[in-house]
Design a protein around this ligand. Structure first.
Ligand code: FES
Length: 110
């Protein structure tokens, strides 16, 4: 298990243990973390798993794929450190990671 802390937009913290090889989206939804929906089930087609990766953790992740970047284009409240949680696989190297969540999930059309 890998300890991940999800931080809601209002600062509320949720520290949960996530199985390695799950995604950040799965770790949040399976642990009922508010602010992550994962509507498409993780196939990179909804952007309701939008999250922000603090600078200290960015170099531990693989870069986003073109498909993830395309999907992020439709996400509300996008920032330079935006990622889709369903595209980030949890590994032991992410022990203690913090993930920040946007004020809301959804696309610009919503
Ligand atoms: S869960 Fe739909 S894009 Fe991540």
């Amino acid at each position: 298990m890998v300890a991940i802390t999800y931080i809601e937009h209002d600062g509320t913290r949720h520290r949960v243990d996530v199985d390695a090889d799950m995604t950040l989206m799965e770790g949040a939804t399976l642990n009922m973390v508010p602010g992550v929906i994962g509507m498409c089930g993780g196939i990179c087609s909804c952007a309701t798993c939008h999250c922000y990766i603090p600078a200290a953790w960015q170099d531990k992740l693989l870069p986003p794929s073109p498909g993830e970047l395309n999907m992020l284009d439709s996400a509300s409240h996008r920032r330079p450190n935006s990622r889709l949680g369903c595209q980030i696989v949890v590994t032991a190297a992410l022990e203690g990671m913090e993930v920040e969540l946007p004020v809301e999930q959804g696309d610009d059309a919503g």
